[in-house]
Structure formats: C-alpha cells, structure tokens
Design a binder for this molecule. Structure first.
Ligand SMILES: O=C(O)CCC(=O)C(=O)O
Length: 262
C-alpha cells in the first residue's frame, strides 16, 4: 500500500464532496506502455471492422479482453484503489467492466451526461453504488481531449443537476492526466468527453466496480477459465459474478453496451 489509512480516509472524504479523486503517478508506466501496445492493435482491428461502440463522432468505446497484459492484478487489484472504492461504495465490491474510451481526431464535445440512471426515480441521490476507475494510456493534455466533469453532482438529483448546469451554476473542470495517474469517479456526476485535436488516439481505460449487490446487465467481463485459475483470492472474489469462458479472442468482439448517457 502506498497510502496510510488517514490518507485513504481523506481521499474518501474528498470523493464524497466532489464525486471524484485523482491519484497522481499511481500505476507503473512500464505496465501501461505494454497496455498501450496491445491496445493499439485492438483499436486498429476494431476500427477496420467497425466493431466499436460509437460514443460520438470519431469516439470509440471498446471492451478489453481479460487476458494477457490486461488481466493484471497490479492494476485491477490495486490495494489503494480498492481501499478507496470500499470506503465509498462498501466492502466486497464486484468488478463488472474493463473497457476503453478513445476519442480520435475529428471527435467533438459530447453532450453533458451521467453514465447510469439513479437507483430510485425522483428521490434524492443515494450513496455511491457504481464507480469508474479511469487511467489513460498516454498523457492527456488540453489538445487531445481531456475528460471534463462537474464536481458534487453525484449527490444531486439528475434534473436539479441539469438545471443548475444549464443556469451556468456548475463549472466544468478539465482533468489533464499523465500516464500513471488514476481517477476514481462516481459515474452519476455530470461530465463529457472533449475533442481530440491531435493525430494520436487518446485511450482512457475504464474499470467498473459496483457495490456488492449491484448488477449492471449492460456490461460484463468474459473471464477465461485458465486466467481465473491464476488469480489471487481477491481477484477471484472481485470477478465472482462474471461469466467464465473457455477462451477469449483478443481481437474479435462487438459491443453490447450501447446506451451510455443518462
Ligand atoms: O473519454 C472521455 O473523455 C469521456 C467519455 C464519456 O464520458 C462517455 O463516452 O461516456
């Protein structure tokens, strides 16, 4: 562990207030360089076969195979990240999503949105139940499409948040990131993707962690049985509700997670 209990508590408090925290220089860059190499081959293949989920002009959502470099417990079982996830979304979370968001040149501003509906319509927002852990596979600069988010709207009713945004009461914050930085966010905060004005793709990985009892039918991770056997008890526990399969083809695949904005 890198952080003390006091530091993790402080991150959890910051998350409660803002709906997100940023851990600077947390993941090893040499690991992420390998992810980028493997990702570039997948991106090229998926673009060629038009098997991405399109999230706006020249903006692609691609599920990553839970195999090879991507099935790395140093990333998805990171003790500091999980300690913050557990502080804000309860003990014994489940991992339900391993994917990527990639704007290319020609991408545009997304409409401001949340990634999931509220648990209960027309009621004040609940504690957190769905978190995204995001980390880029490159530096994210003002030029290549930084994620933009409001702060604190994860605790606001969706309509109130939208009204406040429309009234100019909620500033958007661009989040520049360096390779190695990790963002943990509540997916109900109003946010948007911004244009990538460079020739280099800007892949952002998303690992989804849910409260222990929460099920998202729109996403899942196919876990190859032989990979599952190599995992620690913690890794197996995180993936306890994910389907196990004989193998995954790292290039093939389509996307079933098509409705993404609420
Ligand atoms: O990748 C990004 O910067 C944000 C993408 C996003 O919010 C989405 O596609 O839902």
């Amino acid at each position: 562990m890198r952080y003390s209990n006091e530091a993790l508590d402080a991150y959890a408090s910051q998350f409660e207030r803002d709906g997100m925290v940023l851990l600077k220089q947390h993941f090893r860059k040499d690991i992420l360089v390998l992810w980028r190499q493997a990702f570039d081959a997948i991106l090229a293949h998926r673009l060629e076969h038009a098997t991405t989920a399109v999230r706006g002009a020249n903006r692609h959502y691609i599920t990553l195979p839970f195999a090879g470099v991507f099935a790395d417990e140093q990333i998805f079982c990171d003790p500091d990240v999980l300690a913050i996830v557990e502080r804000v979304a309860g003990e014994d979370p489940v991992m339900c999503q391993l994917a990527s968001d990639t704007p290319l040149r020609g991408s545009t501003y997304q409409d401001i949105h949340r990634d999931t509906p509220a648990l209960f319509d027309d009621l004040p927002e609940t504690p957190s139940f769905q978190l995204a852990v995001n980390f880029p596979l490159c530096d994210v600069t003002p030029e290549n499409g930084p994620f933009e988010t409001t702060l604190g709207t994860h605790r606001m009713n969706a309509q109130d948040a939208m009204q406040a945004y429309a009234a100019g009461e909620l500033p958007l914050h661009a989040i520049p990131m360096q390779l190695g930085d990790v963002m943990i966010r509540d997916v109900r905060a109003l946010h948007r993707g911004t244009p990538n004005n460079t020739d280099s793709p800007r892949p952002m990985v998303v690992i989804g962690y849910s409260r222990s009892w929460y099920f998202r039918p729109e996403v899942h991770i196919d876990v190859p049985r032989n990979v599952y056997q190599t995992l620690s008890a913690r890794g197996k526990r995180l993936l306890r509700y994910m389907p196990q399969v004989d193998g995954v083809d790292v290039l093939e695949g389509g996307e079933s997670y098509l409705r993404f904005a609420y």
